[in-house]
Design a protein around this ligand. Structure first.
Ligand SMILES: *Cc1c(COP(=O)(O)O)cnc(C)c1O
Length: 390
C-alpha cells in the first residue's frame, strides 16, 4: 500500500471530522517516526500531548504487552491489581484522596462536573448547580463538556446544550466576580489554555480564583488534561501556581499512548459519588493502567528537571527567531505567535521537511514527548527555524 491508497481508503470510510495533514505514520521510536515511503519525521506533537514517553518506549510497551497476555479486561465489578496500583501511585504523588478512571479527557471532565454539582446540590439545594468556566477554554466534545467550553464557535450546532454554565473572561477577576450569584457551585479552568492558543493564566488571577472558591465554598475544578503529568516541568501544573484545586482532571499524557482519563478528588469531594452514581465499562482497564503506571514511575524529579531544561532551551532558541512575535507556555508546552506566516502554513511546510508540529487557534504549538533527546530536539529545531526564517 502507498500513501495515496491509504489516504483514499481513509477519506472514503472515516467520518469527515478531521482535516488530515497529508502525512501517514506507520511506526516510531522515541520522538522519531516514519511514513509508508520510509520518510523520517521528528515529532514535536507527541500525538497531541499523549505519547509522554515517545513512540513505543521499551518499558512501557513491555508492561502493556505483559498485561495484555495476563488480564486484558474485566468488568469494574472486580478488583484488579493494575487499577488499584495506579490509583495508589497517582494519589500519593499528587496528594489527592481518591481517583476515578475514565477513558478520555471529556469523560474525566464530565465526571468532575457531576461531582461539583452533586456536592453542591446535596449541601445547598437543587438551585446551586452552575459552573463558571472561562472564555476561550476547551473542556471536550461531549454535549456537556462543549457547554463547559467557553467558545461561541463551538456552540453553533447540537442544541440544546447542557444548562448551568457561565463564562468569565480569563485573567479578569472583576468579570468573574460579576458572574457570582447563589446559583454558582464551582469554577472550572485550565491553567494554561491549550487548544485556545497556549495562554497561561496569571499567577495573581489564579490565586484570587482559589480564594473566591474557598470563601464561597465553591468547587475548584482544574482541567490538567493537557498540562498535567509532567508537561509543564512539574507533575501537575497546579504546583507552579502553588494551589491545590478540589478536583483535577487528567488524560492525554497519563496513559503514554493508550486512552485514559482520571479525576483526582480531595477529601471533601472523594465521597460525593456513591454506588451507581457514575461508572465506566472500560475505565481503569488493566492494560491501560499498566502503561500509565510506567509513565508515572518514570516521571521523577530528575525527569522533570530535564523537561524544564529542554523547555528552556526551546524557549531561548525560539525567542531569538525573527519570525516569532511572542512565545508562551511552560516546560514542553509552547505556543508561538508568528509575525507574518500562518501557523497552518508552518505546520504543512514543517511536515514536508520532516517535522511534525501542531497549531492551536492562530498559534503554532509544540508539545514534544517529555523524554525527547537532545539530538531529536536539535534536528527538529533546525527544521523549524529553516521554515520560520525562510
Ligand atoms: C484534549 C483536551 C480535552 C479533551 O480530551 P479528549 O480526550 O479529547 O476528550 C479536555 N480538556 C483539555 C484541556 C484538553 O486539552
Amino acid at each position: 500500500m502507498n500513501h495515496n491508497d491509504l489516504a483514499a481508503q481513509d477519506n472514503e470510510y472515516i467520518a469527515n471530522t478531521y482535516k488530515r495533514v497529508d502525512v501517514d505514520i506507520i511506526n516510531g521510536k522515541g520522538s522519531t517516526c516514519f511514513d509508508l515511503s520510509g520518510k523520517k519525521y521528528i515529532d514535536f506533537t507527541s500525538g497531541i500531548g499523549v505519547n509522554s514517553l515517545g513512540y513505543c518506549n521499551s518499558d512501557w510497551s513491555r508492561a502493556v504487552c505483559n498485561q495484555a497476555q495476563t488480564l486484558n479486561h474485566t468488568g469494574n465489578y472486580y478488583y484488579t491489581q493494575p487499577q488499584a496500583a495506579l490509583a495508589e501511585k497517582l494519589t500519593a504523588r499528587t496528594d489527592y484522596s481518591k481517583v476515578f478512571f475514565a477513558n478520555s479527557g471529556a469523560e474525566a471532565n464530565e465526571c468532575a462536573i457531576k461531582i461539583a454539582r452533586k456536592h453542591s446540590v446535596d449541601k445547598y439545594g437543587k438551585h446551586r448547580n452552575c459552573i463558571i468556566s472561562l472564555v476561550n477554554s476547551f473542556h471536550g466534545r461531549t454535549v456537556t463538556t462543549l457547554s463547559a467550553t467557553g467558545q461561541d464557535q463551538l456552540h453553533q450546532h447540537f442544541f440544546p446544550f447542557t444548562a448551568g454554565f457561565k463564562y468569565a473572561q480569563a485573567n479578569d477577576i472583576e468579570d468573574l466576580k460579576s458572574k457570582l450569584d447563589d446559583s454558582v457551585c464551582g469554577i472550572m479552568c485550565e491553567l494554561i489554555q491549550g487548544e485556545g492558543g497556549v495562554i497561561p493564566l496569571e499567577q495573581d488571577y489564579v490565586k484570587q480564583i482559589t480564594q473566591i472558591c474557598h470563601d464561597n465554598s465553591l468547587t475548584l475544578i482544574v482541567d490538567e488534561i493537557q498540562t498535567g503529568i509532567g508537561r509543564t516541568g512539574k507533575l501537575l501544573c497546579a504546583e507552579h501556581y502553588k494551589i491545590k484545586p478540589n478536583i483535577i482532571t487528567l488524560a492525554k499524557g497519563l496513559g503514554g499512548g493508550l486512552p485514559i482519563g482520571a479525576v483526582l478528588m480531595d477529601s471533601e469531594h472523594s465521597s460525593v459519588l456513591s454506588y451507581g452514581d457514575h461508572g465506566s465499562t472500560f475505565g481503569g482497564n488493566p492494560i491501560v493502567c499498566a502503561g500509565a503506571e510506567v509513565v508515572i514511575d518514570k516521571i521523577n524529579e530528575d525527569f522533570l528537571c530535564d523537561v524544564t531544561a529542554k523547555g528552556k532551551r526551546l524557549y531561548s532558541e525560539l525567542s531569538k527567531c525573527k519570525e516569532v512575535e511572542t512565545i508562551a507556555g511552560m516546560g514542553l508546552m509552547i505556543g508561538l505567535h508568528l509575525k507574518s506566516k500562518s501557523a497552518a502554513y508552518v505546520m504543512a511546510e514543517c511536515a514536508s521537511k520532516g517535522l511534525l508540529v501542531l497549531t492551536a487557534k492562530d498559534r503554532l504549538r509544540l508539545l514534544p514527548s517529555l523524554n525527547i533527546n537532545d539530538d531529536e530536539l536539535s534536528e527538529g529545531m533546525r527544521i523549524l527555524m529553516s521554515v520560520l526564517d525562510a
